[in-house]
Design a protein around this ligand. Structure first.
Ligand SMILES: Nc1nc2c(c(=O)[nH]1)N[C@@H](CN(C=O)c1ccc(C(=O)N[C@@H](CCC(=O)O)C(=O)O)cc1)CN2
Length: 286
């Protein structure tokens, strides 16, 4: 039997409906949420994601600001742009599109963002709040994964989850999210040093593949009925490839495909972070 598809686009559309109403309520009370994006260089994938973020903003009524910058910008110049956004009242939240060119220090850039405007949940203060279990913006892909699993009622409490990839945008924060008491899953975080990846995947109830290696997860590795979420994207001459082999669909119980699964959820959770931050600031004013 073929897997039930975890439909990220349909789930995103439902989230946008809710956000549209909340943005209208904020705007009526004089708070206009505004998302800025900071994009460095010419990477076509990053340009496509940033375009998508701006078109999402238009759909829910969030104003958006673009800062597209040249590949050879210096760290100091780029930090100057972040300082301007920190001071700009029209920008209530912003992101630095990752990855940035190699000569730039990603950690220092993320740290430069005013934590109150951290729309991506990647500032050290936001990640610290996640570790401490305090409220704050959550990294978008991990929170999108949890929202998608919840929407399709995939059981999380007590589940064995194998996450492949230890990056700061997906693997590491996802491990923190899924081991909160509210999710209560047991997480194995796999990476290039993992001795027997197939064995770690085989014992999982839920597999999240975020390695960026095309077709890394093959049907023989997946326990029949498991939920498999494909987060990896590899651009090849034949088109986009996910980390999950297409035949996994015949073995898995649930499948978040690439495209159409986790990606749209990442975009939805970004806007949710912007709206939640605006709501928090309004509550703090009153
Ligand atoms: N500052 C950040 N940088 C990056 C993040 C992030 O969350 N914050 N995540 C990724 C890129 N990303 C958003 O920025 C992103 C990736 C993929 C998708 C998406 O919708 N993918 C489509 C398929 C891909 C395509 O059509 O090109 C899908 O899965 O359906 C959205 C956002 C790294 N950088």
């Amino acid at each position: 039997m073929s897997a039930t598809i975890l439909d990220g686009k349909a789930t995103r559309d439902a989230i946008f409906e809710d956000l549209r109403v909340r943005v209208a309520a904020l705007t009526e009370r004089g708070v206009v949420p505004g998302l800025a994006t900071v994009l460095v260089g010419d990477d076509p994938g990053s340009h496509a994601y940033v375009r998508g973020k701006h078109s999402d903003c238009a759909k829910v009524g969030i104003t958006s600001i673009r800062r597209d910058l040249p590949e050879d910008i210096s760290q100091a110049e780029l930090e100057g742009v972040l300082d301007e956004l920190n001071a700009d009242p029209a920008c209530t939240g912003y992101i630095v599109q990752l990855p940035v060119p190699k000569h730039l220090d990603t950690g220092a850039l993320l740290e430069r963002i005013d934590p109150a405007k951290d729309a991506d949940g990647l500032h050290p203060v936001s990640l610290g709040k996640l570790v401490l279990g305090e409220p704050g913006p959550l990294p978008c892909t991990p929170s999108g994964i949890v929202a998608l699993l919840r929407r399709y009622e995939v059981p999380l409490a007590g589940a064995n989850v194998t996450v492949i990839g230890r990056g700061v945008t997906v693997g590491r924060p996802l491990g923190l999210l899924l081991t909160r008491r509210s999710e209560n899953a047991t997480v194995t975080l796999c990476h290039t040093g993992t001795k027997d990846l197939a064995a770690e995947v085989r014992r999982a109830d839920i597999v999240v593949a975020a390695a960026g290696v095309a077709a890394l997860i093959t049907p023989d590795m997946v326990r029949p009925g498991a939920a498999v979420l494909d987060v990896g994207i590899t651009r090849t001459e034949e088109g986009l490839r996910g980390d999950v082999h297409p035949d996994v669909r015949e073995v898995a119980g649930f499948l978040a495909p690439m495209p159409g699964g986790v990606g749209p959820m990442t975009r939805a959770m970004l806007l949710a972070n912007v709206v939640e931050a605006a709501e928090r600031s309004l509550a703090a004013q009153s």
